[in-house]
Design a binder for this molecule. Structure first.
Ligand code: MOS
Length: 673
């Protein structure tokens, strides 16, 4: 049972009819549920929860879809039937309307994600803007979006006595999920085990501990039996976060030949009473171009909605839409080719920290992308390319994502048969971690991939942080490698010669197995270098001049992710990211009723996602870049980079095709008419 109102109180809750329904084992509501603590926030503290205020604590309603009762029954159908018999009366409050009407209530978030501050400045942007020969000043907006993984969130909670709990959860981090569950249920972390060997898509929504898993554990304890709780597709729109709407104001100041002299970038996103997760859209602006005078601002407006969360390239996805659209507008104002404008402002070192890049192949991405796309043939004049009733346009934008480093540990066990089992509590959300970590381990051990078994997704395994922020290859990779090297070194010390087999060494010493441990700690430091992955996105669109329909007819992404560990899985990530970008640019938007605060269409009919017919033959490849600093593999991450820049490249192509600049996503047909 979920609240249909966004704000107010539960005036009366009657569960008697539901309790008497066939098969019902128990009902939890604020009338009988234990009071749970407020959780530490994954955004602000070393917590595992995004939603810090848990449901069933009292009669207060904070958002549409807030759970007000959990009905447990013998079968799913019986539970559904009984839930429909729960009677609730509400005392509704005044719902705080859309973000754009409440900007006077905006407030700065406190520092989050290990140091992102609400306000940042270098140089004197106000003076530099005042003196600039050319200025671009625009507002760019992006809507609420949902992650929509095909696998909904689900949990099976099993208590072993009163004090020990196993949860089969859908999570991007088993150890992370365990931490949130332990905190919510006030158990020691070692009394909770979370198991999740496979994830059917995550994209950030499975990065934190959400109430459904905690409710499953509470319900299981209440009825004294294992309980399975699966969110419906509709509940996926109200229960596990979303990407916040952003309202971004950008100012660029430049010299006539294109040198940027000033940038300001302010972004406002959604705050919530049950948690806080700012969308760090201006982060990319701090580092992408060599601009001496720059300031960024982040603000939140509290609305009566659930808490937003990270979604594939949080910050960079909407941030690059605004920045890279504005750069295109500047290129047009100055009559400079968009790639040339970017090269004139190329950041040879990180302009925010002054640190050198661990590696930077962006120049090669521009050059090889332009060559492959045949960019030189582009006539810069809008509406200059036509094919029958189709207006054709070409656009480009820069891609950028930091690929974060997080703590990771692994063990490698070489067994008597000469094979190896390697473990880390990370996750494979369809990204290829199983495959790639098997390769890394096989390589370090000198074994064939089929002789190595890589296991993940169990909080009892060596700790790994949530598989997010494109951190898997960057952080788990070197931990796996170190564990394998440690195991190999242990055995080689016992060997008679360099090429004695593992099986023979173990047999001669009467050992069943030998285990090595590996860990990665201060990976963010990268030996005094700033780590960032880069790319260049190129897009051709065809716009129906009469109907305003936009079709992407060609898309090419060229990326620098350092060493490519597996060309197939990396390319799949890149292409998947570009497809996401097509959805973001042209289709995706969660409509929220302005006065009711409710998601209007809680289904995949009302939420448009790209399908095969929307996606052309997307191409993606990687430039060859050595990165001696990021880690022992020379590999940056690939998971989130691919979406960045795509929406801007499409908006820029739409401008080139039509002469119309759309600054509000998605670029739906009515905006072009
Ligand atoms: Mo990702 S949005 O950091 O799981």
């Amino acid at each position: 049972m979920q609240s249909p109102i966004a704000r107010g109180r539960i005036a009366r809750l009657d569960t008697a009819a539901a309790a008497a329904a066939p098969g019902v084992l128990g009902i939890l509501s604020h009338l009988n549920a234990p009071r749970l603590p407020h959780l530490k926030s994954a955004v602000y503290e070393e917590g595992a929860a995004i939603q810090t205020v848990l449901p069933l604590g009292d009669d207060a309603i904070h958002y549409v879809g807030q759970p007000i009762a959990v009905v447990v029954a013998e079968t799913w159908e019986q539970a559904q039937h009984a839930a429909a018999l729960v009677r609730a009366e509400y005392q509704p409050g005044q719902v705080r309307g859309p973000l754009e009407t409440r900007l006077n209530e905006a407030y700065p978030p406190r520092p989050f994600f290990g140091g992102i501050t609400a306000d940042y400045a270098r140089g004197d942007p106000a003076a530099a803007l005042g003196a600039a020969a050319i200025r671009v000043e625009q507002t760019y907006t992006t809507p609420v979006e949902h992650h929509n993984p095909m696998e909904p969130h689900a949990a099976i909670a099993v208590w072993h006595g009163a004090g020990e709990l196993t949860v089969y959860d859908t999570t991007q981090g088993a150890a992370w999920s365990r931490q949130g569950l332990a905190e919510a249920l006030e158990l020691a972390a070692d009394k909770v085990r979370v198991i999740c060997p496979f994830v059917g898509g995550g994209f950030g929504t499975k990065g934190g501990t959400w109430p459904y898993a905690i409710l499953a554990a509470l319900a299981a304890r209440h009825v004294g039996r294992p309980v399975k709780l699966v969110l419906t597709r509709a509940q996926m729109f109200t229960s596990v976060g979303y990407r916040s709407q952003t309202l971004q104001e950008l100012q660029l100041g430049a010299l006539p030949e294109g040198t940027l002299t000033a940038i300001t970038h302010s972004s406002t996103s959604i705050g919530s009473e049950v948690g806080e997760s700012p969308e760090p859209a201006p982060e990319v602006t701090k580092i992408l171009y060599a601009c001496p005078n720059l300031e960024t601002h982040l603000r939140l407006v509290q609305l009566d909605l659930g808490v937003p969360t990270s979604m594939r390239a949080p910050g960079e996805a909407p941030g690059t839409f605004a920045l890279e659209s504005a750069m295109d507008e500047l290129a047009i104002a100055l009559d400079i080719d968009p790639i040339e404008l970017r090269l004139r402002n190329y950041a040879d070192t990180d302009p925010a920290s002054g640190m050198p890049w661990s590696s930077n192949g962006l120049r090669e991405c521009y050059a090889q992308g332009a060559e492959c796309f045949d960019w030189a043939r582009r006539n810069p004049r809008p509406r200059s390319m036509r094919d029958g009733r189709w207006l054709v346009g070409w656009g480009m934008a820069t891609a950028s994502y930091p690929t974060h480093g997080f703590p990771a540990q692994a063990t490698a066990t070489i067994t008597a048969d000469g094979r190896a089992v390697v473990r880390s509590a990370t996750a494979d959300l369809g990204t290829g971690q199983y495959t790639v970590m098997t390769q890394v381990a096989a390589d370090a051990l000198g074994l064939r991939p089929d002789q190595v078994k890589f296991e993940l997704g169990d909080s009892d395994m060596p700790y790994a942080f949530v598989a997010g922020g494109s951190s898997g290859v960057r952080s788990v990779g070197p931990a796996v490698r170190a564990a394998c090297e440690a195991a190999r070194a242990k055995l080689l010390r016992l060997a008679t010669s360099e090429d004695e087999s593992y099986a023979s060494i173990l047999a001669r010493h009467g050992l069943a197995e030998v285990t090595g441990e590996g860990s990665v700690d201060e990976v963010e430091a990268a030996d005094g270098h700033r780590v960032n992955a880069f790319g260049a996105q190129f897009v051709e669109v065809r716009v129906d001049a009469d109907l305003g329909l936009v079709r992407v007819s060609r898309a090419l992404g060229v990326f620098d992710i350092g060493q490519v560990l597996n060309p197939k899985t990396a390319r799949s990530q890149a292409i998947g990211g570009i497809v996401w970008g097509i959805g973001m640019a042209l289709l995706e938007r969660t409509a929220i009723h302005p006065t009711l605060g409710a998601v209007v269409s809680t289904n995949l009919t009302g939420y448009l996602l790209p399908v095969h017919a929307d996606v052309p033959a997307v191409d993606a490849f990687f430039v060859d870049v050595r990165d001696p600093y990021v880690n022992s593999l020379g590999a940056k991450g690939a998971g989130e980079l691919g979406i960045t820049g795509v929406a801007a490249a499409i908006a820029n192509a739409v401008y080139h095709a039509t002469g119309k600049r759309i600054r509000d996503l998605p670029i739906s047909p009515e905006k072009l008419l």
